[in-house]
Design a protein around this ligand. Structure first.
Ligand code: F6R
Length: 241
């Protein structure tokens, strides 16, 4: 595990964007695993800037997102599909057919999870996975539990996640209670994993996840065992380490 200590959110975003651009330049047919939430927005912003300057070409890149809320269609303003179009896809030359997210409108969970895992397999797995860190140590929507999950599955969101994500919805009642998420094995099989974390409110969980024992009670802690994992965090997020 490698730690890159950044000064602040902007610096963290540029450092992580550098790693993603190296991947896109060196491996122009890569599969990028992508995340939503506030942590990676600066990374997407930076990648868009470099794309606009003519330095990056996404035309042969494929993307698979980590997760999607069950019950939200791709055009729902709070869906992750909408987030990705708004924050990234609509601003670069990714082929829309090469971008994948779980389909939140498919209420047959078994079918949807099997479909999504088949897409990941058919692409040959993830080359570089970008992650954020949940306030309870979740990655994707793999919530704390008694065991690590494997492939894509339907999860019941933890109370801490509902509380953290209600800021994006009109009221707490509007936050979906279920989501489809890639599993821990899908994430661990990525060739490279980069996590971005910012802010003092994440300092305690960063310490627990990366300086404590590997345990499904803190799902991100499994990344300590990944062969090529880079944590890009700002000073505030590393203040307990
Ligand atoms: C989002 C995702 C989540 C977030 C995590 C942190 O696709 O998979 O695990 O990365 O909840 O969210 P922020 O960045 O908003 O603190």
């Amino acid at each position: 595990m490698e730690i890159i200590r950044a000064r602040d959110y902007e610096h963290m975003s540029r450092q992580a964007a550098n790693i993603l651009s190296a991947q896109v330049i060196l491996h122009p047919e890569s599969v990028l695993g992508l995340a939503t939430g506030s942590s990676p927005i600066g990374v997407y912003r930076q990648l868009i800037k470099w794309y606009e300057k003519g330095d990056l070409d996404f035309s042969r890149i494929h993307t698979v997102n980590l997760d999607e809320y069950v019950g939200l269609s791709a055009d729902h303003p709070q869906s992750y599909a909408h987030f990705m179009r708004e924050k990234f896809f609509d601003h670069v030359n990714l082929e829309r057919a090469n971008t994948h997210l779980p389909d939140g409108t498919n209420d047959d969970a078994w079918e949807e999870c099997a479909r999504y895992d088949k897409i990941i397999r058919s692409l040959g797995g993830v080359g570089l996975q970008l992650l954020g860190l949940g306030p309870n140590g979740h990655i994707g929507f793999n919530e704390p539990g008694e065991s690590f999950t494997k492939g894509t599955h339907k999860v019941s969101l933890a109370e801490a996640t509902i509380q953290a994500n209600k800021r994006f919805f009109e009221s707490e009642d509007d936050v979906p209670r279920f989501a489809y998420t890639m599993g821990i094995l899908d994430i661990m099989q990525a060739e490279r994993v980069v996590m971005v974390v910012s802010g003092a409110q994440k300092a305690e969980i960063v310490h627990e996840a990366f300086f404590g024992p590997v345990t499904p009670r803190v799902p991100a802690s499994i990344l300590q065992l990944h062969k090529n994992f880079t944590l890009v965090a700002d000073e505030a997020a590393l203040s307990w380490c």
